[in-house]
Design a protein around this ligand. Structure first.
Ligand code: GTP
Ligand code: SPV
Ligand code: MN
Length: 580
């Protein structure tokens, strides 16, 4: 037994005083025992064994349904290192507060020790974490979302290099909820929430907030990006990574089904949420998906929008906060076919289509093993990852941002990412539909100040001979009636096709003030049903809106003071000049 690990676990057990301590080995037998216990205590309801074998339905506390950014803290030694993009708490004060909060908090409960590996086992890019938790629901989910158990412990060996995570449900009291990160010591303490990114500590807490700091220190990047391979009919596969804010389409794009017009093309999913990238010896950026499963938004998922996701959820999956029909199948708004005449809603109440409420919570999710996805990339477990040819930023913008544009170079691309904005969604507690600046879709996830983060992007770009081409997309532009102008989902392949053409040095385009924009004629639109007038609107750049945009960007950039690289101000000034 790793002596450093053992003494840390002993220390946490002494603090939290559980009835027993259990080390997870990740075996099938253990998984079955944990799930049986969750069924016995009412947390899990087994789903229809024919239609959803190995599937379970569960509901979280109604006040605990999404990430809570206001209770999320970065406790760097110096507040400047946390930056205005995060909530800072003095680490000394934070530790005093946490010691009190966690003191005796696991009384009468089992304390689970979860060793897990983020990234393919044996990969030099992978990292080990240990999550201590008093939630069996977390154990069942972490087993899907990470390579968990003995294999991770073996990989750690006697090393001291692991991310320490301590999680307790507490009384699920929103007032005492806190998710605190200590970037210098690679530690996470989470109290009072059992949901998603607040509780599955390998995901946002480690793989983004802590890992972004490690990436800065070790010359790699931890990003909120999907990774997708596109194989041409000639058999060549090009990989792209795309950063969209929470609930803005990563899972959908990662599982894209090319439309009929793209006969012979294949899409391969490497990841749908997190991407770790580092410069490779060949002067390109190489990426792995640190996760082992998908924690995807359920509402809106259907055979029309995401056939691959619909197929993969049918076995060994956990559904949290969806509705459940009388035949014990999960149901959510936007699913194919008519809604069920009766269901149990996400709050455990009887529900009918006439109820006038949502059956599923808008942030209800499925937890699915990656191996269930039939278009999972053969490179998914490759220890070296995949080379990235293009990075795509995107957000929800009713106006302003065109369907797609390409940046002029890496520095301009970094500016495009830094200047991103998007309407808020149900993935985080708070108002929905409010435009906020969300650089690289990392506003809730960057573990250090954005000024230094943008500088890191510039530094990585200089370190690689062939950095990816950088694009920006917007699937969410609307017409005067508020209807989406672009069909989206599988049809997004039409935009990716132009991206690949540009990467290959082709793809007709026009130079505009904001970047290279395709000519409508250079997008393959046959079968899309998009009218020429809509296409014109989708590619239109409204100078007055963009001038307002530059004012907002300036205001935002101003928050980061001296840490903001001067190149970002230069890029903003150049954009203004080009806008006239
Ligand atoms: P996180 O898991 O929260 O990080 O989110 P994600 O980026 O993976 O989001 P996801 O793909 O699950 O997107 C969820 C929402 O975006 C759903 O409401 C979808 O219907 C909507 N969506 C995804 N792709 C498109 C698209 O191409 N067009 C439109 N109009 N909506 C889309
Ligand atoms: C997100 O909110 O971006 C998610 C879900 O991917 S959670 O893991 O809850 O953060
Ligand atoms: Mn996410």
């Amino acid at each position: 037994m790793n002596p450093v690990l053992k003494s840390w676990v002993d220390e946490i057990a002494a603090l939290t005083a559980p009835a027993s301590v259990y080390w997870c080995d990740g075996s099938d037998a253990e998984d079955q025992r944990i799930k049986a216990a969750l069924v016995a205590d009412g947390t899990f309801t087994p789903l229809n064994a024919e239609k959803f074998p190995g599937g379970f339905w569960s509901r979280s506390h109604p006040s605990d349904v999404a990430r809570t950014e206001q209770c999320t803290f970065i406790c760097s030694e110096h507040a400047e290192d946390t930056g205005p993009n995060n909530n800072w708490m003095d680490p000394v004060e934070a530790r005093q507060h946490l010691q009190k909060l966690f003191s005796g908090c696991m009384k009468g409960r089992t304390m689970y020790v979860i060793p897990y590996c983020m990234g393919p086992l044996g990969s030099p890019l992978s990292k080990i974490g240990i999550e201590i938790t008093d939630s069996a629901y977390v154990v069942a989910n972490m087993r899907i979302m990470s390579r968990m158990g003995k294999a991770a412990l073996d990989q750690l060996g006697n090393s001291n290099d692991f991310c320490r995570g301590v999680h307790s449900l507490g009384q699920l009291e929103p007032a005492s909820r806190i998710i605190a990160h200590f970037p210098e010591t690679r530690e996470i303490w989470s109290f009072g929430s059992g949901y998603g990114g607040n509780a599955l500590l390998g995901k946002k807490c480690f793989a983004l907030r802590i890992a972004s700091v490690q990436g800065r220190d070790e010359m790699w990047m931890a990003e909120h990006m999907l990774i997708l391979g596109l194989e041409s009919p000639a058999g060549e596969t090009i990989y792209v990574a795309a950063a969209f804010p929470s609930a803005c389409g990563k899972t959908n794009l990662a599982m894209l089904e090319p439309p009929a017009a793209f006969k012979g093309w294949k899409a391969w999913c490497v990841g749908d949420d997190i991407c770790w990238m580092r410069p490779g010896p060949d002067g390109r950026l190489w990426a792995i998906n640190p996760e082992a499963g998908f924690f995807g938004v359920a509402p809106g998922t259907s055979n029309k929008t995401n056939t691959n996701a619909m197929a993969m959820v049918h076995k060994n999956s956990i559904f949290t906060n969806t509705a459940m029909t009388d035949e014990k199948t999960p149901w959510w708004e936007g699913m194919d076919g008519a809604p069920p005449a009766h269901a149990i809603d996400w709050q455990g109440k009887d529900w009918t289509p006439e109820s006038g409420t949502k059956g599923a919570h808008p942030n209800s999710r499925f937890t699915v093993p990656a191996g269930n996805c039939k278009m999972l990339s053969p490179k998914f477990n490759d220890p070296m990852g995949v080379p990235i040819s293009a990075i795509i930023f995107g957000g929800r913008r009713a106006k302003t941002a065109p369907l797609v544009f390409q940046s002029f170079d890496w520095q301009h691309g970094t500016f495009v990412g830094a200047a991103m904005a998007s309407e808020t969604t149900a993935a985080a507690a708070g108002a929905v539909g409010v435009v906020r600046r969300d650089p690289m879709a990392m506003l809730p996830f960057c573990g250090y100040d954005f000024g230094s983060y943008f500088a890191h992007w510039l530094k990585v770009g200089k370190a690689v001979k062939n950095p990816p081409a950088v694009f920006h997309v917007n699937w969410f532009r609307t017409d005067a009636d508020g209807k989406f102008l672009w069909p989206g989902f599988g049809d997004n392949m039409r935009v990716l096709d132009w991206v690949l053409e540009r990467v290959a040095g082709r793809g007709e385009s026009e130079k505009t003030a904001i970047g290279w924009v395709p000519k409508a004629s250079s997008l393959k639109l046959e079968g899309s049903g998009v009218e020429p007038a809509a296409m014109k609107e989708l590619l239109h750049i409204d100078r007055s809106l963009w001038k307002q945009e530059t004012a907002d960007i300036e205001n935002f950039f101003g928050k980061f003071g001296d840490r903001m690289p001067k190149e970002m101000h230069t890029e903003l000034a150049s954009l203004r000049l080009r806008l006239g």
